[in-house]
Structure formats: C-alpha cells, structure tokens
Design a binder for this molecule. Sequence first.
Ligand SMILES: C[S@@+](CC[C@H](N)C(=O)[O-])C[C@H]1O[C@@H](n2cnc3c(N)ncnc32)[C@H](O)[C@@H]1O
Length: 246
Amino acid sequence: MSGRRDIRLWNSAAGQYAEHVNGTSDSFYRRLAPFLWQALGDVSGRSVLDLGCGHGWLGEQLRSAGAVVTGIDGSTALLERAAGAFPDITFVAHDLTAGLPRPLTQYHAVVAHMVLMDLPDLDQLVRDVRDSLTPQGSFTFSILHPSFFAQEPVDDGERYRKVTGYLRHEQRWITTFGGHQHYHRPLSWYVDLLVSNGFVVTGLHEPPTLPHHTRPESEWTDYERWFATIPTMLALTCRPAPASAV
Ligand SMILES: C[S@@+](CC[C@H](N)C(=O)[O-])C[C@H]1O[C@@H](n2cnc3c(N)ncnc32)[C@H](O)[C@@H]1O
C-alpha cells in the first residue's frame, strides 16, 4: 500500500508538527532517550539512519554524538526544515512503504522514533533495514503503545483505561497536528514481523508516561501520577540474527 496520502497529510501538518515537537524537550523523547542511547552505545564514526526523520532534530542529536547521519522521510515540507537547520546531515525524500531507496546502503544502526505506526505497510521496509545493517548493527524504534495509547482514559470514581478491540488491526484518525492516520497492530505482530525477517529482539522498554512539561515528580498532579503508570509509548531494539540462527 502506498504512503502517498499519508505523506500529503504530513506535508500539511509539517508547520504544526515542527512547532509542537521541539526536539529533546518533547516528552516522548525524554522517555526514549535512556533506552535509545544504551541500545546505540558509542556512535562516533558510525553510520546511522534516522527513518522517518521529520524535521531532523533526532538526527542532529546523533550527529552531535559523532555519527554520520542520513535522514529519510516522505514529507518534503518537514525535510526542507531539516535541511535548512542541519546542513551536515544527508536528507532523502522517500516513501518508506516502498522500503529503503535503492541501492541499499550499509548502516551500523537504524532508528525510527514514532514512525512505524504511521506507515500502512512495513514488510519491505523491515526486510530492507535487515539487509542494510552490518552484522553487529541494531534497529531501535519507538511507537505509540498499541495496548494503551488509543484507549480512552476513564475517570468515574475509579481511574482506568478502557481496552477494546486490541487484537484487531485498525486504521485510526489522530487529530493532533492537523490530523494523520495511525495504523494499529498488536505488539505481537511487530515482534513476528521482526523475527520472520531475521531479527532477534534484544530489548523492550515501556517507560512511564511523562507530563508534557518537564517538572520534578514531586510537582506532578495526582492524575499525572496515575497516568504515568500506563505507558503510552514503547521502544524496542533488535539485531540481525547470527547467520547460523536464520
Ligand atoms: C510522528 S512523525 C515522527 C517524526 C520524527 N521521527 C520525530 O520524532 O519527530 C512521523 C513521520 O513519519 C513520516 N512519514 C509518514 N508516512 C511516511 C511514508 N509513507 N514515507 C516516509 N515517511 C513517512 C512523516 O512525514 C513524519 O515525519
């Protein structure tokens, strides 16, 4: 399935997205960061691909840490911002539902922060990521948590999230940033996809949900403290399976 329609939506959303998601202070990045940097280790001199790089802020973190960074995204509107702000990164416009651009390039690490659940088709992409990684390479990504993100929080004397239809693949309309599609699949679907494409899962992270504004936990409201116990994001890291295990 082509990502053309989604990319058009992201082009329309680019201004709002870039304004709202301001890099390292963003609550999703704050949740991801410890896991990401542990999974990556020392990136200096390493080639790293930022899949679905948006306006480039994560690529810039990687570049500042010494990596040679390529960012790929479908939205030319986001890429224009990225290229203007971060001239030392190579940015490529490409529809990721078609996999990676040909010919494939080798990377020591591939990261995809908050991207895979926005793509309707991941088959070719995951295969290409696998084929692009060096034998010791890693693929680390974050997604909205399939179990909890889109499930309505309820506060009717008791607080809980209402989980329905979890195992059904669904297309959901997300209204933030002017709107885009979200493709819901259960967590086991992601793991099956990775394993069937020759990956070994080496880490899974379900960080507490952090409030948008950085404040010490002692200043969180009672609701924020409760909300933190239900992860709305998860991150996973995997490596190519050793040749003998495939
Ligand atoms: C939620 S944003 C994440 C962007 C960036 N990783 C960040 O953390 O700010 C999702 C990104 O996926 C990109 N995207 C959506 N569909 C795509 C497609 N079919 N091909 C390439 N990129 C796509 C969007 O343009 C957008 O930059």
